[in-house]
Design a protein around this ligand. Structure first.
Ligand SMILES: NC(=O)c1ccc[n+]([C@@H]2O[C@H](COP(=O)([O-])OP(=O)(O)OC[C@H]3O[C@@H](n4cnc5c(N)ncnc54)[C@H](OP(=O)(O)O)[C@@H]3O)[C@@H](O)[C@H]2O)c1
Ligand SMILES: *[C@@H]1O[C@H](CO)[C@@H](O)[C@H](O)[C@H]1NC(C)=O
Ligand SMILES: *[C@@H]1O[C@H](CO)[C@@H](O)[C@H](O)[C@H]1NC(C)=O
Ligand SMILES: *[C@@H]1O[C@H](CO)[C@@H](O)[C@H](O)[C@H]1NC(C)=O
Ligand SMILES: *[C@@H]1O[C@H](CO)[C@@H](O)[C@H](O)[C@H]1NC(C)=O
Ligand SMILES: *[C@@H]1O[C@H](CO)[C@@H](O)[C@H](O)[C@H]1NC(C)=O
Ligand SMILES: *[C@@H]1O[C@H](CO)[C@@H](O)[C@H](O)[C@H]1NC(C)=O
Ligand SMILES: *[C@@H]1O[C@H](CO)[C@@H](O)[C@H](O)[C@H]1NC(C)=O
Length: 312
């Protein structure tokens, strides 16, 4: 009950968030947070302030245009100074590449009584995050999500350093735990699955990383269709594949379909990241060309009565 009341207060009064790094995943989460904020619903987390890195200027400018001229119901800032992000916000998203995470955290000064760190960096573990940031493990979390969180689609994975529903600070006041707070934030953004251990989080991550080969498979289907038909347009081929996988938000009427959607889904993968590796490994090991391509060729031959599907 106490938890419920405290959470309601946080949701109404708003959270102050900061993003260190402003690439694909940072701008997707920021967009998703603002989408929740703009909903007229008490159960949804409100934003008090947001501050993001100027880095990747095209992306941060895009966010500025979207949010700053907004109805200014929260304050929005962009800065080149990572420490300023930490100083202005309570909840800090770490959204830099794996190779950058350690140096970035080591160079920052967090307030252990104030800050909650949420790292999107797939390969840095909770213990390292706590060590580099000098925050208590109970205030450090790892989160995994896809860019579709911008539209509140898909589901976020979350693993929090602390397990209890509440914790006591020095004054003995009951505080909402990291886990309870983050769960309510991400539940208003399409939902989240909270794992108790990093071991379980790592297993769940395999599913998200193998979206790479899935997009590769879909693109291969489209390309095969274009190679094996005479009159099918790229728009129709793209729609056929997307709708079949029920991404009906992206596949729209003929005029609205982004015919390079599959390339975009593949390009959104983190450079050097796990999805990119999964797709590359899948291709190198022959998955796309030696297996998928051949199977599609065999099947079409069977459909056309050319063969019974045997591999010659
Ligand atoms: N993309 C996804 O779908 C996805 C999904 C789940 C998790 N992740 C994770 O999220 C993290 C970011 O991935 P991403 O795809 O968003 O990569 P990204 O688009 O390359 O974004 C990285 C961002 O970090 C900035 N940056 C680099 N060094 C910095 C520094 N010292 N201080 C402040 N900002 C700095 C970059 O700025 P510049 O461009 O100016 O260098 C860029 O804005 C990765 O660790 C990845 O594992 C990504
Ligand atoms: C600003 O407020 C108006 C009216 O309340 C709303 O229709 C509009 O969507 C808001 N702008 C954004 C960017 O959310
Ligand atoms: C975690 O952070 C909160 C503020 O968000 C603070 O009140 C609490 O003392 C911190 N917990 C620990 C164990 O440091
Ligand atoms: C944490 O960092 C210190 C140096 O600041 C290092 O000596 C120690 O081994 C690290 N511990 C872990 C568990 O990584
Ligand atoms: C983190 O906080 C917990 C609970 O307040 C405490 O028991 C633990 O010693 C702290 N760990 C560190 C490394 O400060
Ligand atoms: C959290 O609780 C689960 C059981 O509920 C336990 O298995 C796990 O080790 C705990 N994790 C931490 C970090 O204490
Ligand atoms: C996508 O499918 C869902 C469920 O079938 C439906 O409610 C929604 O309206 C569809 N969206 C579009 C853009 O077609
Ligand atoms: C898997 O991909 C990684 C990263 O691109 C590459 O270093 C590695 O050689 C690949 N391994 C196989 C078996 O394809």
């Amino acid at each position: 009950m106490d938890d419920d009341n405290s959470i309601n207060d946080v949701m109404k009064n708003g959270i102050s968030v900061g993003f260190i790094g402003c690439g694909t995943i940072a701008s997707s989460i920021a967009t998703g947070l603002v989408l929740a904020h703009n909903k007229e619903n008490d159960r949804v987390t409100k934003i008090k302030s947001m501050i993001i890195s100027k880095r990747s200027e095209s992306k941060s400018n895009e966010l500025k245009e979207k949010f700053d001229n907004d109805n200014s119901s929260f304050s929005f800032d962009i800065t080149e100074n990572n420490q300023e992000i930490v100083n202005q916000a309570d909840i800090i998203f770490l959204t830099v590449l794996p190779t950058q995470a350690k140096d970035v955290l080591n160079s920052l000064k967090f307030d252990p009584k104030r800050h909650i760190l949420i790292s999107l960096v797939s390969t840095t573990n909770l213990e390292q995050l706590a060590n580099y940031s000098k925050l208590n493990l109970s205030n450090v979390s790892k989160m995994i999500c896809l860019p579709s969180i911008a539209r509140h689609e898909g589901i976020a994975l979350l693993c929090c350093g602390g397990n209890d529903s509440t914790s006591n600070d020095d004054t003995g006041d009951k505080k909402i735990s990291n886990k309870v707070l983050l769960k309510s934030i991400f539940n208003s953004m399409g939902g989240c699955v909270v794992l108790d251990t990093e071991y379980d989080l790592e297993a769940c991550m395999v599913t998200t990383c193998t979206m790479g080969p899935l997009y590769g498979t879909m693109k291969k289907q489209r390309d095969w269709l274009l190679d094996n038909t005479n009159g099918l347009t790229k728009t129709d081929a793209t729609n056929l594949v997307l709708k079949q996988f029920q991404d009906n938000d992206s596949a729209d009427t003929e005029d609205n379909t982004d015919i390079d959607m599959l390339e975009h889904l593949i390009n959104e993968q983190t450079p050097g990241g796990l999805n990119e590796q999964a797709l590359k490994n899948y291709s190198i090991l022959g998955g796309l060309h030696n297996i998928q391509q051949k199977v599609m060729d065999l099947i079409v031959n069977r459909i056309r009565g050319i063969s019974n599907g045997e591999i010659k």
